[in-house]
Design a binder for this molecule. Structure first.
Ligand code: PLP
Length: 466
């Protein structure tokens, strides 16, 4: 038997793939990726594919990037791993300093973990504990959230979270609790803590059927906040783009309004930049597009350039200080993942941030994303394209059965899946979200490669939906 076939057989025998119906998987042909070079992936047969989704939204400067490889090799010759529990290590110190320098103003402390879901878990627990600690310090203070009325009502102060419909913050139980995608999250409801859900800012999907524009959704949001703010510890949002929901782009001004409401009602704002961070929206962080600073920020996916699993949760001094006290006060944040601050991963992240500077990545992106926008216009002529959404290098092309009524295809038709298989035959790797075709190439993609990405996607949609 040839080598590829043997590997595929073993894969089907031993591996349970994520977000995958394994019955489909074992019944179909599969690719085994062996190496990467720049913006391309190569399978075990030597076939070459453009990586149209950055290996699930992580690759930033392309695969096999010389500078990042080099940094990892140099670190490897020193030490691969050492713990942050009771010890410090060189790359994590340098990376934390760097992250504070480049993140929105006010975020001054870095708590490391190892993936997006854990970065969110950390954010939720920090927000919760922050208010617990403030409560014991300050009950009866001038803070309106500690009013005697609330105290005597027996309501627990600020223990709940506010999230948005269509939100995705990861797959662990805490992050699923603040998730808002029924298909992924509903099943686990008995396991989850309660979170308030405000309508998605993307009005086309708004469950309350508001008219277009951001105002109505803000009204609903403010109503929830007005009513419940004494019980809400934090609001969590994906800034600018609800990515996993199909690249739902927030209307201009929405994020800024969220910041204003959170400040007004004394609710912490957690921005989950796991998908949007590190240049994906055209700025280093999506928060910069609205000029806001969250109280807590989560980063992961692109942090290491897409090389290794490192994540971080950044907070303000004010939050950090609420955890400071004598040992016996038990204000410590009792949380930590074994591979926290992994030196190899941090070295990769430092090198990736260096490449941003050296290659002038963010400046060069404008021309690339403009070209992408222009190229996407022609997709409107396709009969089954219901919507096209773009924010920087993040694109969602939504397919519908009927353009006028926005009637969807039955999910059994698996239109999105069929389109990406067609694209694969034409040399492009994509991964859809239901019937939304996602384009999210590495920031290192060239104009020529964007042209190919668009041509292949266009032809694949046309063929499958004909
Ligand atoms: C992918 C993602 C996560 C989860 O990250 P993992 O590393 O897969 O755990 C969390 N939040 C957002 C916005 C994401 O896109």
């Amino acid at each position: 038997m040839d080598r590829t076939q043997e590997l595929i057989n073993w894969d089907k025998q031993y591996i349970w793939h994520p977000f995958t119906q394994m019955q489909d998987w074992v019944e179909n042909d599969q690719l085994v990726i062996e190496r990467g070079e720049g913006n391309y992936l190569f399978d075990t047969e030597g076939n070459k594919y453009l990586d149209g989704v950055s290996s699930l939204w992580v690759t930033v400067h392309g695969h096999n990037k010389k500078e990042i490889n080099q940094a990892i090799k140099e670190q490897l010759d020193k030490i691969a791993h050492s713990t942050l529990l009771g010890l410090a290590n060189v790359p994590s110190i340098k990376l934390a300093k760097k992250l504070v320098e480049i993140s929105p103003p006010g975020l001054n402390k870095v708590f490391f973990s190892d993936n997006g879901s854990t970065a969110v878990e950390v954010a939720l627990k920090i927000a919760f504990q922050y208010w617990q600690s403030r409560r014991s310090d300050e009950v009866g203070s001038r803070d309106p959230d500690f009013s005697p009325a609330a105290k005597t009502s027996g309501q627990k102060f600020k223990t709940k979270f506010l999230t948005l419909v269509n939100a995705y913050h990861g797959d662990t139980i805490g992050s699923v609790s603040v998730g808002g995608i029924d298909l992924f999250h509903k099943m686990y409801k008995p396991l989850l803590f309660k979170a308030f859900k405000a309508p998605s800012p993307y009005c086309y999907r708004c469950p309350e059927k508001c008219e277009k524009g951001s105002e109505p959704c803000l009204r609903h949001l403010e109503n929830i906040i007005k009513k419940h703010h004494q019980g809400i510890a934090a609001m969590i949002v994906e800034p600018m783009v609800q990515a996993a929901a199909g690249m739902l782009v927030m209307p201009k001004g929405y994020l800024k309004a969220v910041r204003r409401l959170c400040t007004k009602y004394n609710i912490l704002l957690i921005c989950d930049e796991v998908a949007t961070g590190f240049g994906r929206t055209g700025k280093m962080f999506a928060c910069e597009r609205e000029g806001i600073s969250p109280d807590i920020m989560c980063v992961a996916k692109g942090l290491t350039g897409g090389y290794l699993p490192v994540a971080a949760t950044l907070t303000t001094d004010e939050i950090y200080n609420a955890f400071i006290g004598k040992h016996k006060e038990k204000k410590t944040f009792y949380h930590g993942h074994t591979y926290t601050g992994n030196p190899l991963g941090c070295a990769a992240a430092l090198a990736s941030l260096e490449v941003f500077k050296k290659d002038n990545v963010l400046k060069k992106m404008k021309a690339l994303t403009n070209y992408l926008s222009k190229g996407l216009k022609q997709f409107r002529n396709l009969k089954r394209v219901g919507d096209i959404r773009q924010c920087g290098m993040m694109v969602g092309i939504e397919l519908v059965k009927d353009k006028n009524t926005k009637e969807e295809f039955p999910s059994s038709a698996r239109i999105g899946h069929k389109i990406i298989l067609e694209a694969r035959r034409r040399g492009v790797i994509l991964r859809p979200l239901g019937d939304v075709i996602i384009l999210m190439p590495p920031l290192s993609i060239t104009i020529k490669e964007i042209k190919m990405l668009l041509e292949v996607t266009f032809a694949s949609i046309k063929k499958v939906t004909a």
